[in-house]
Design a protein around this ligand. Structure first.
Ligand SMILES: Cc1cc2nc3c(=O)[nH]c(=O)nc-3n(C[C@H](O)[C@H](O)[C@H](O)COP(=O)(O)OP(=O)(O)OC[C@H]3O[C@@H](n4cnc5c(N)ncnc54)[C@H](O)[C@@H]3O)c2cc1C
Ligand code: SF4
Length: 673
């Protein structure tokens, strides 16, 4: 009699295999196609291969490669995959071999951006091709209508690229008609204004997509799986809504090729590149719903026989199991859950669910690094994207006593890594709880999930065997008593006091507001010199809070071109929408000059002219942070027992920034001890 493991009992559907056409995946967990900027020279080089191999080794069932571009149009960086000739095949074969060696299946995603592109590899603007000459609201490009010959050429380019995927040894092909890109543009009656055989009626608008799918199937045969990625709702004014997406899926789901289904699965995200309200759902931030595409995936699933893949903030195996058990979908995309913890599937299977590092949907080091032009990583797991270097945990051959001072993200990460390498690690934190500034960050509106960093690290600290001492403020004498070989100073930062001509005004800082330590009047100006989460979040917090049943009047004056300028764009855009809803007045490009009892004096950063805001009773300053680095200075040149003590300063104690740098510096230092 075979015994059933407790994990299999708890996650019976999630951990069960599934046939996707000719391919059987070992479980239902999918790393969906996502841009990484880890490719080298538009090929799957060592970094991209190591990235995917880590997820395959961690137990994922299926990996879909990031979109590879099937024409040189849309190719805007060397760090993306471009599948336009056979030179990509050897690198895809190497990727497939590595992923297969770890037991996962690998599909290749194919994409044409159509109207949704701004520049080419050489930096010049694209004459963006689409069904009709429609502008891109997001990229401010002017589109041009494709000729029928061009449509046929692109169809052939999809087929040829699919054939290369087949020859490279991958298990399937996914055609992307999602997120408002070329194939979706043809489906939309608003964007597709053609009057020829590719526009007008539903069937004619569908024609391009069907011809592409048929051409791809002809080339790959039925030995590979063929999938379609389509947004279940683009959330735009001119794209696919739920009804149209269902109609398209019903139509293509029913098609056959050689007496067998044309399609083997449908992948259903939501959102669109074309407009901000849709774009935020390409990678939904923490303020959006969990499992966000599931309702529309369920509708599509009810209409077709093929498995449906639901995505969007499915961040935990328990939630994934719930989605699958309900029958809403048969596969779950857990891409960010795998970016932050590549071993999530293996931990699930081993019944170690509490050990899973959970994604908090901050969007910072994954999609925002991509947007900033860098390879993706994770603020909680900076090993991601660095699998060939810092991601390798090398056990120490000379164990040392390591004292980490400070239990914020930097200290917690450093302690974990040092202990995992075999050092004896003690972490001292002067507060009664771990977390540092994260405890304040989670108080901002719609950002409570940010606090998830703390339990994630608490589990890691326990597993790594770090001794944690809370309520202990370290100074030089404590360190002399402890006699460590290495001290890692991660004492963080504190709020910068208000600066400017402010003596006569009522001035408070952001930390005081978030800690509820001060009274803020009904007419407030938030002076934001950082353009990060704090100014925008404090403005929202004050605008939501009611005084005597009435809303405050809030003005947000920032040094950016827009408030929240430095934030991940989807996070910022959702916040800007919220501020607009709350009627917060925004003044961009101004610095705080001074204030008196009821007037604030700003200076425009471009014109240099004064900007005066009257009838303000409280100024909230968000002027950034100052490093807490006294201990670091005290330890300069420390010698104990005749030996110089190795002292490292990391995170905000070095210079106040973000969790991304705090954990990365922790990893760098703790990997080198
Ligand atoms: C309101 C707010 C919102 C933010 N939002 C974000 C965000 O969304 N994303 C992001 O990436 N970053 C955000 N940040 C910044 C981020 O929190 C910090 O960059 C990060 O916490 C720095 O980590 P750290 O470990 O270096 O320092 P800290 O988090 O400051 O931790 C330092 C720790 O050291 C302890 N300590 C200090 N001196 C001693 C001593 N002598 N002995 C023992 N312990 C000591 C402190 O008590 C503290 O717990 C935000 C910050 C704030 C204030
Ligand atoms: S950076 Fe944030 S959103 Fe991205 S994977 Fe890590 S925790 Fe999740």
């Amino acid at each position: 009699m075979t015994s059933v493991s407790p994990a299999a009992e708890r996650f019976p559907t999630l951990l069960s295999p599934l046939a996707i056409g000719p391919v059987t995946v070992r479980n239902r967990i999918v790393s969906t196609g996502h841009a990484t900027r880890l490719a080298d020279d538009q090929r799957a080089g060592p970094r991209l291969r190591a990235y995917h191999r880590a997820r395959a080794a961690g137990g994922v069932g299926l990996i879909v490669t990031e979109a590879s571009f099937i024409t040189t149009e849309g190719s805007y960086s060397g760090a993306q995959l471009v599948n336009t000739d056979d030179s990509i095949i050897p690198s895809l074969t190497a990727l497939a071999d590595e992923v297969h060696a770890e037991g996962a299946a690998l599909f290749g995603q194919l994409l044409h951006l159509g109207l949704e592109q701004s520049h080419r590899l050489d930096g010049t603007r694209v004459a963006a091709p689409g069904p009709s000459p429609v502008d891109s609201e997001r990229y401010h490009t002017t589109g041009r209508a494709m000729s029928v010959d061009e449509i046929h050429d692109v169809t052939e380019a999809f087929a040829a690229a699919a054939d290369r995927v087949r020859r490279a040894g991958l298990d399937g092909v996914e055609v992307a008609a999602s997120h408002g890109y070329l194939l979706a543009q043809f489906l939309s009656p608003e964007i597709n204004r053609r009057t020829d055989e590719y526009g007008g009626s539903f069937d004619r608008r569908l024609r391009f997509l069907v011809e592409v799918l048929q051409a791809v199937r002809t080339r790959i045969g039925h030995g590979l799986a063929l999938g379609l990625r389509i947004s279940g709702d683009e959330h735009t004014t001119d794209g696919l809504d739920g009804d149209l997406a269902v109609e398209v899926c019903r139509a293509v789901g029913a098609l056959e090729a050689d007496g067998r289904p044309l399609l083997d699965y449908v992948n259903v995200p939501i959102g669109s590149s074309r407009q901000i309200a849709g774009a935020v759902h390409i990678v939904s931030p923490m303020s959006t719903d969990l499992a966000i595409s599931v309702p529309i995936a369920e509708r599509i699933s009810a209409e077709i026989d093929q498995p449906v893949l639901a995505v969007g903030r499915i961040n935990h195996p328990a939630l994934a199991e719930q989605v699958l058990a309900s029958g809403a979908a048969q596969l779950v995309g857990m891409t960010r859950a795998l970016i932050v913890d590549p071993e999530m599937p293996a931990k699930t299977a081993a019944g170690e669910v509490d050990e899973i590092r959970q994604c908090i949907a901050c969007n910072q080091a994954c999609i925002d690094r991509f947007h900033r032009g860098h390879g993706i990583s994770c603020i909680q797991h900076p090993e991601t994207g660095r699998e060939t270097g810092l991601g390798i945990r090398r056990p120490t051959s000379a164990p040392k006593r390591v004292l980490v001072v400070g239990g914020g993200p930097a200290g917690m990460k450093a302690a974990c890594v040092a202990a995992e390498r075999g050092h004896t690690v003690t972490l001292v934190e002067r507060d009664r709880s771990l977390g540092g500034q994260v405890r304040l960050a989670e108080r901002l509106p719609r950002r409570s999930e940010f606090g998830g960093i703390i339990p994630n690290f608490e589990h890691e600290l326990a597993r790594a065997g770090v001794e944690v001492r809370l309520g202990v403020a370290a100074d030089r004498s404590l360190i002399e008593v402890c006699e460590p070989d290495v001290v890692i100073v991660a004492t963080g930062a504190t709020v910068r006091p208000p600066m400017g001509e402010l003596a006569e005004a009522r001035v408070v800082d952001a930390w005081q507001v978030l800690r509820d330590e001060v009274e803020v009047g009904p007419n407030v100006l938030v002076a934001d010199a950082r353009c990060d989460w704090i100014g925008i979040g404090v403005a929202e917090h004050l605008a939501i809070e009611r005084l005597g049943g009435r809303r405050r009047s809030v003005t947000l004056a920032s040094t950016g071109h827009i408030a929240g300028e430095t934030l991940p764009r989807y996070v910022r855009d959702l916040a800007l929408g919220e501020l607009h809803r709350l009627e917060v007045t925004q003044i961009p490009l101004v610095r705080l000059f001074g204030a008196d009892a009821d007037t604030v004096y700003l200076q425009h950063m471009a014109s240099g002219l004064p900007v005066i805001v009257e009838q303000i009773d409280t100024v909230v300053v968000c002027q950034g942070h100052t490093a807490v680095d006294e201990l670091a200075h005290e330890l300069d040149g420390l010698v104990l027992g005749g030996r110089a003590v190795d002292v490292h300063v990391i995170g905000d104690a070095r210079a106040p920034r973000t969790v991304e740098e705090a954990t990365l510096e922790a990893l760098e230092v703790a990997s080198a001890i």
